[in-house]
Write a protein that binds this ligand. Structure first.
Ligand SMILES: [Zn+2]
Length: 344
């Protein structure tokens, strides 16, 4: 077994992955055909070839609105979990989905939830994969829509839904706008994460102060992305001291973001931060969770032991109870050791 095969094969816990961005192109294409959603391409082969960030967002929204019925959600999430299992051995997931995006296609929250839970249950049955769900606020929609979304979430409690998230363009929706929605989620025992200080690319910029707002005002116990933290050394020092989990992603095809992110991630690791690595929108970025690990090991100059450490850090950051984490750590460690013995 080559080192790359090892990285593809080790069991993984994926904590930062968007449902829509992970739907395989063929499945997304079929759903769009079925529901009469016109796509700006001739076929599934080119569906995930897009230009700049706004093309990506446009495709993302088209696919979100093409997933409409219980059966659609069931089929799509099953395909996502099968893909992650077969191409990266993702055995545990906490996956974002954006209720207010899917609502634009006509789906109600109970319909989304029913379909997602069915697909999750089928994937558990067929592949032994565990998947929790994170309804995520699209910050480009209004704070009132976010509050309404959380009301729906708390009115429909279930074992799969463990917390909420916040994503999309950070300048359009700074975290303080969503304090009410986060407070309500916290009152109902939901965990909280948010995309913060995501980039400084000129597209999705967010200042390091957004990280502090997420921790102190929104009650987040982990941060998604956070690359822009290095503008403020005090923020970096606090994250190091408190060992706040930072869930980072290295985009596969967004070549413009990759250099900036790789430098930031390497600096986080070198600074002793609590980092774990995830695939974000794997299908839309035309990577797999397995390939994400291979790419990261090369770009970040990380040894296999360092990659394993990133992998296990995701278990510590997961929204599982201690017994759940221990169970996952034991099975992962056993499988990793068995694979390690086969590496040439
Ligand atoms: Zn994300």
């Amino acid at each position: 077994m080559t080192p790359d095969d090892f990285l593809r094969s080790i069991p993984k816990a994926e904590l930062h992955c968007h449902f829509v961005g992970a739907v395989p192109a063929q499945v997304a294409w079929d759903l769009a055909q079925r529901n009469g959603v016109e796509l700006p391409v001739d076929g599934p082969e080119t569906l995930y070839h897009y230009g700049h960030f706004y093309d990506f967002i446009e495709r993302y929204m088209l696919i979100a609105t093409a997933i409409r019925t219980v059966e659609d959600f069931d089929e799509a999430v099953y395909a996502v979990l099968e893909e992650g299992y077969r191409h990266g051995n993702v055995q545990y997931r906490e996956m974002f989905f954006n209720p207010t995006d899917h609502a634009l296609g006509g789906a109600t929250y109970p319909v989304m939830l029913e379909g997602l839970r069915r697909g999750v249950a089928r994937a558990r049955e067929d592949f032994g994969v565990e998947c929790k769900l994170i309804p995520s606020i699209n910050r480009q929609h209004s704070p009132a829509a976010a509050l309404e979304m959380v009301r729906e979430v708390v009115a429909n409690p279930c074992d799969e839904v463990v917390g909420i998230g916040l994503d999309a363009s950070e300048p359009a929706g700074p975290p303080e706008l969503f304090a009410d929605a986060y407070r309500l989620a916290g009152e109902h025992g939901l965990k909280r994460a948010a995309h913060a200080a995501e980039d400084y690319s000129g597209i999705v910029d967010g200042p390091p102060a957004n990280i502090l707002t997420c921790l102190d005002l929104l009650g987040c116990d982990r941060i998604d992305h956070g690359y822009n933290m290095f503008v403020d050394p005090e923020v970096v020092e606090r994250l190091r001291r408190e060992q706040t989990p930072i869930n980072v992603c290295l985009p596969g095809s967004s070549a413009d973001l990759r250099p900036m992110r790789s430098v930031a991630i390497r600096r986080m690791i070198d600074a002793g931060l609590n980092v774990s690595l995830h695939s974000d929108d794997p299908a839309m970025h035309r990577v797999t969770p397995g390939e994400t690990y291979v790419i990261a090991s090369k770009i970040l100059w990380l040894s296999l032991d360092e990659m394993v450490a990133l992998d296990l850090a995701a278990i510590d950051a997961a929204w599982l109870d201690d017994a759940g984490k221990e169970r996952l750590r034991t099975t992962f460690t056993e499988q990793i050791e068995a694979l390690r013995a086969k590496v040439a």
